[in-house]
Design a protein around this ligand. Structure first.
Ligand code: NAD
Ligand code: AHE
Ligand code: ZN
Length: 369
């Protein structure tokens, strides 16, 4: 079938809106009509050519909501008409990782997903007869996309797709990192570095967890108003200080902060976030995604004296079992999604969504088809 899509033909070039061909779903696959998709910084990172797994030409997008159109052979968990959120972290329920009870990092389709292919090693997308790659198992920048059954969360059809698409990545990642990865407890102190969709969601999660001090850090002070609205108790611009930000934070708190979250993808800030953690027990959660070849470092003494470095993918959330409940939370108002949606636009304007992100003017732009 034909589908309108925003295709990344080359790294570093704007997306092109074209009509692509989408092949029917094969065994264990599902054809989805995407109704809405957010634009996440990870899409920009891959488009920029910074992603070691980046392949081109590709249909990007991984923060979507849609409706099942057709199911392939053997698919039993969804039927046409079901409302779904595609998952870049699948949940097969059978692999060692799913069965471990320790992680959400299912490996069922991860290897082919990282190569831009469906689990059978082929692609369902083409343009003028040339194959196009999939992205993160989702490719929500196409009106019609094919995803693996294990990469779909079935959600309440009454949910507002313009909002709950953000649970496909950004909001789930930030909130989940606070509850599942850091396990923030009432009264704990929290610092969040980077106040985009992920950082603001981490602040919302910290307030849900009844954290005490919630310190929001960004070099763009226009982000502070929303950070305060979501629960930040203090906002800091590192540019207002002559000292390194970790020194500022240690002086503000005495011995540092219980939980710090890096939500930027900057390895220098990852170091600062680790070194801002409390002596003896503070932990720092890496959420930001750094470019190919970049590495983190610190003095080992930082770890010897009790600080812990951790990472979080999709907030540690198991998509098929936990995301439907998070959608219900959002419908009840226990997760506040509306303030994240600062801009909405049609697919034709998607390059503007990337510009708004780079200019620091948006939190999330939601594209509708
Ligand atoms: P964003 O661009 O919307 O927000 C980033 C924020 O960081 C901006 O407000 C920017 O002003 C701020 N910033 C930039 N440099 C800074 C600095 N030196 N000090 C302080 N603040 C600074 O991005 P986003 O969509 O919120 O994504 C954030 C990061 O999280 C990206 O690296 C993205 O790839 C990653 N991510 C990871 C996961 C995961 O599962 N681990 C999921 C989603 C996104
Ligand atoms: N492709 C990159 C890694 C990118 C990465 O870390 N992605 C996050 C999700 S970002 C969503 O916006 C993630 O979940 N990682 C775990 C995984 O399995 O991909 C690289 O370095 O190769
Ligand atoms: Zn994302």
């Amino acid at each position: 079938m034909k589908s309108r899509a925003a295709v990344a033909f080359e790294a570093g070039k704007p997306l092109e809106i074209v009509e692509i061909d989408v092949a029917p779903p094969r065994k264990g696959e599902v054809l989805i009509r995407v109704t809405h998709t957010g634009v996440c910084h990870t899409d920009a990172y891959t488009l920029a050519g910074s992603d070691p797994e980046g392949v081109f030409p590709v249909v990007l997008g991984h923060e979507g909501a849609g409706i099942v159109v057709e199911v392939g052979e053997g698919v039993t968990s969804v039927v046409p008409g079901d409302h779904v959120i595609p998952l870049y972290t699948a949940e097969c329920g059978k692999c060692d990782f799913c069965l471990s009870g320790k992680t959400n990092l299912c490996v069922a389709v991860r290897e082919t997903q990282g190569k831009g292919l469906m689990p059978d090693g082929t692609t369902r997308f083409s343009y003028n007869g040339q194959p196009l790659y999939h992205y993160m198992g989702c490719s929500t920048f196409s009106e019609y996309t094919v995803v693996a059954e294990v990469s779909l969360a079935k959600i309440n059809p009454e949910a507002n797709p313009e909002h709950v698409c953000l649970l496909g990545c950004g909001v789930t990642t930030g909130i989940g990192a606070v509850h599942n990865t850091a396990k923030v407890q009432p009264g704990d102190s929290v610092a969040v570095f980077g106040l985009g969709g992920i950082g603001l969601a981490a602040i919302q999660g910290a307030r849900q967890a009844k954290a005490g001090r919630i310190i929001a850090i960004d070099t763009n002070p226009s982000k502070f108003e929303l950070a305060r609205q979501f629960g930040a108790t203090e906002c800091i611009n590192p540019k207002d200080h002559d000292k390194p930000i970790q020194q500022v934070l240690i002086e503000m708190t005495g011995w540092g902060i219980d939980h710090t979250f890096e939500c930027i993808g900057n390895v220098q800030v990852m170091r600062a976030a680790l070194e801002s953690a409390h002596r003896g027990w503070g932990q720092s959660i890496v959420i930001g995604v750094a470019g190919a070849g970049e590495e983190i470092s610190t003095r080992p003494f930082q770890l010897v004296t009790g600080r812990v470095w951790k990472g979080s993918a999709f907030g540690g959330v198991k998509g098929r079992t936990q995301l439907p409940g998070m959608v219900e939370d959002a419908m009840r108002g226990d997760i506040d999604l509306a303030p994240f949606v600062t801009h909405t636009m049609g697919l034709e304007e998607i390059n503007e969504a990337f510009e708004l992100m780079h200019e620091g003017k948006s939190i999330r732009t939601v594209i509708h088809y």
